[in-house]
Every structure is written in structure tokens, then in C-alpha cells.
Design a protein around this ligand. Structure first.
Ligand code: PLP
Length: 414
């Protein structure tokens, strides 16, 4: 059933699914149907192998050693940085800082650029659909500096109100920090327009790319964002590794973040000087294995083709939307004109968590709750949603399993 009608014009689903060992397991006696990809994606064998090859073949600390293992590890780590640079269209690998993930990237900007530039009366604009990771760091900064946090409202269809955004921009706006794709609604925001307007007002822009890096073609130079943060684990890579892109000129003028090894040029008790980019922001021994494996994840995406993956995910999204809309009592939350592979919904009279548990009993993994977007849930007047989110290895057959599972859950809960 899962592998019926599997292949699109360009992707052979049998071959793709075989690359993800976890997909062959069962849950509660049923084949796993994994639809929680916006939380984290599964990993192809090449990513798993890259981690184990590092530890079995050339485990060593990087940059400081002159022995063979250290040189091999350093070369692989830096090759991954170059691969990220090409993947997001940055002009230089110096603009690619390895972090733990999106959250750390955003906090890095808040603690360095933010503390150096935000003063009382300044304004930071975020949106009502932000993940808590792109709310709380700015809230802390604004409280500390007596600055003002402004919020772009979300319209009933799940799109940002662009007229409201333009009204919020003033000569006091110093930063606009918005998500590229909403993890809770799937909305793709018009980031180019948002960035252009912010720049005209003299503000910098940080784009939270946690959900977009895996679904959309990213070119930070065309987009012209000042910062772009994303996480490896949401694009078939490991947990614990992410990327902060920043324009070189801006990064060069920002104060350092954490102090320690690697980020220094020379240390003396009287005065310490700091390393060049990107090492200035990579204090201490980094997550070498997972940074190296991130390249394997990027290779996986580029080998199969971003366009082909997007085409497949759009087909899944359209089919899921159509099938779910026909389920009695079900309302989709978020009907933006442009969406990535996320469908969030509620069912009249049923709690999302109860639905999630009954789906899990049938081997179907979805996410339920507020999705770390509590203000957005409040805006829609709901405690949470059930969210199905798609990846390259999902099939139309799996959507049929989800819909059948929902019918069963509704019967049991009614
Ligand atoms: N921003 C968005 C839109 C997200 O979906 C997430 C994770 O779900 C994050 C930020 C935080 O990512 P991480 O937990 O990998 O740092």
C-alpha cells in the first residue's frame, strides 16, 4: 500500500526509500509511516556512514594537528563548509559558521550583533508565526535594552499581512527577523519583498531557514538577507549541527560570541586578538563528525535534484490537502497561496493529542500540539493542531494510510 503509485516523473521511490534504513521498521506492528519531517527528517545511509567513517577512519581534532588524521579530518570538515556555501549560494566560505542548529545561530546574532547595535527605543520586527527560537532571543534582547519588539500579524489564511508589515517599519527599525517557511502552517513567506522593504528602511534582516533549506532553492545572495540560519537535522543531516550564514562585512564588524580555543589569534593576559572568519565564531572543538555528515546530506539532496524533490513534495501536499479536506469535521489551519510540505489541521470535537496517540497506534507518526508557536496558536484560538509534514521519501500511499487512520480515530473517539 505504502509503495503504490510511488514514483514521480523523476524520483524512483523504491530506490529513495531503500536509502533510509529506518523506513523499513515497524511501529506497533504496522509499517512506519513517518510524517513528522518538519520536526526532524530521517537520515539516509550515506549520512549514517559518514559519521561512522569519521570515527572509525580518521577521528582527530581539526585545524591544530599536523598528523595525517588531523589533516584528513580538517579537510573533510572544511569540504563540508564549502558544500554548504555552494548549497545556499554564499559568496565565500568565510560566511558559513557551523553552529548547533537554527536556535544557536539566531542566539549568536542576538548576543553579538544585537548587543553591539540595539539601544533604547530601537525596534525589532518579528512575525506572529515565528517559532519560539525566533521570538525569545529578541524578547530577551529588547527587555535588556529597552527596545521595542513589533509583530507582523498573520491573516486568516496563514499569510503575513504585508501592508501591516510596511506600516510597522520605521526609521527606528534595526532588524527584521522572520521565518522563510512556517513550521506550523507551511506558509512560504515573500522574503525577497520583506528584505527589500527592510533594507529601504535601513534595517538588517535575519531569515530563519529551519524549514526552507530542505524544501526550497536557497540563494542568499539573490535573497539579499543579512543572516540566514538553518539546522542540519531538518535536511536529512544529523542533529547537533547547523549553519549561520552572515554577510562577511557584517560578521567582520560583530563582536565575538563565545571565548575559547580556535576563535583566537593570540592570547595574552594583557590582551587577546581574535581569529579570522569563520573561526572567530567557532570557539572550542566543534561537532566535527556531524559537520562532515552534513555534506553527505547536502550531496543526497543535490544528487536527487532540488527541483525534483520539490515537485514530489508539492504533489504530496496537494494530494494530502485534497484528501484531508474530505474528512468530516476536519479544518486545515493555514491555506496560504504558497506552501511547503506541511498540513496542519484540527478535527471538530477532538483533541489533537488524542488523534496523535490513535495514529501512533497504527504506526503513523505525526506531530501534535503547539509546534513551538504558541502565539500563533493563540492567534487562531486553538490549543494546537495535528501536523503532517512531508519529505522526499513519503508517498501518496502513506497519505492514504493517514486518511484511513484518521477515519478510524474519529470513529473511536466519537
Ligand atoms: N525555526 C523554525 C521555523 C523551526 O521549525 C525550528 C524547529 O522546529 C527552529 C527554528 C529551531 O530549530 P532547532 O531546534 O533545530 O534549533
Amino acid at each position: 500500500m505504502i509503495l503504490e503509485d510511488t514514483s514521480t516523473d523523476h524520483l524512483d521511490m523504491v530506490t529513495i526509500r531503500q536509502q533510509f534504513p529506518i523506513l523499513s521498521r515497524t511501529v506497533k506492528g504496522r509499517p512506519l509511516v513517518y510524517l513528522d519531517n518538519a520536526a526532524t527528517t530521517q537520515k539516509p545511509q550515506t549520512v549514517i556512514d559518514a559519521i561512522s567513517q569519521y570515527y572509525t577512519g580518521y577521528n582527530a581534532n581539526i585545524h591544530r594537528g599536523i598528523h595525517t588524521l588531523a589533516e584528513e579530518a580538517t579537510a573533510a570538515y572544511e569540504a563540508s563548509r564549502t558544500s554548504v556555501q555552494e548549497f545556499i549560494g554564499a559568496s565565500s566560505s568565510e560566511e558559513i559558521i557551523f553552529t548547533r542548529g537554527t536556535t544557536e545561530g539566531i542566539n549568536l546574532v542576538a548576543y553579538t550583533w544585537g548587543r553591539a547595535n540595539i539601544v533604547a527605543g530601537d525596534e525589532i520586527i518579528i512575525s506572529e508565526m515565528e517559532h519560539h527560537s525566533n521570538i525569545v532571543p529578541w524578547q530577551i534582547l529588547c527587555e535588556e535594552r529597552n527596545a521595542v519588539l513589533k509583530v507582523i500579524p498573520v491573516m486568516d489564511n496563514g499569510e503575513l499581512s504585508m501592508p501591516a508589515y510596511l506600516d510597522l517599519l520605521t526609521s527606528n527599525t534595526k532588524l527584521v527577523a522572520v521565518t522563510h517557511v512556517s513550521n506550523a502552517l507551511g506558509t512560504i513567506n515573500p522574503v525577497e519583498n520583506i528584505i527589500r522593504a527592510a533594507h529601504q528602511a535601513g534595517a538588517l534582516v535575519l531569515i530563519d531557514g529551519a524549514q526552507s533549506a530542505v524544501h526550497l532553492d536557497i540563494n542568499v545572495q539573490d535573497m539579499d538577507c543579512d543572516f540566514f540560519a538553518f539546522s542540519g537535522h531538518k535536511l536529512y543531516g544529523p542533529t547537533g549541527i547547523g549553519v549561520l550564514y552572515g554577510k562577511k562585512d557584517i560578521l567582520n564588524h560583530m563582536p565575538v560570541f563565545q571565548g575559547g580555543g580556535e576563535m583566537i589569534k593570540e592570547v595574552a593576559f594583557e590582551h587577546t586578538t581574535y581569529n579570522e572568519l569563520p573561526y572567530k565564531y567557532e570557539a572550542g572543538t566543534p561537532n566535527i563528525a556531524d559537520a562532515i555528515a552534513l555534506k553527505a546530506a547536502i550531496d543526497f539532496i543535490t544528487i536527487h535534484g532540488r527541483d525534483h524533490i520539490r515537485q514530489h513534495e508539492t504533489a504530496l501536499l496537494n494530494y494530502a490537502t485534497e484528501q484531508l479536506e474530505a474528512v468530516p469535521g476536519l479544518t486545515i489551519i493555514g491555506n496560504a497561496g504558497e506552501k511547503a510540505g506541511v498540513v496542519s489541521f484540527i478535527i471538530k470535537g477532538l483533541h489533537p493529542q488524542d488523534i496523535g496517540i490513535l495514529l501512533d497506534n497504527q504506526g503513523i507518526a505525526v506531530r501534535t500540539g503547539h509546534h513551538c508557536t504558541q502565539p500563533l496558536m493563540k492567534r487562531f484560538g486553538i490549543p494546537g493542531t495535528v501536523r503532517a509534514s512531508f519529505a522526499v521519501y513519503n508517498t501518496m500511499g502513506e497519505i492514504d494510510v493517514l486518511v484511513a487512520g484518521l477515519h478510524k480515530a474519529i470513529k473511536m473517539l466519537s
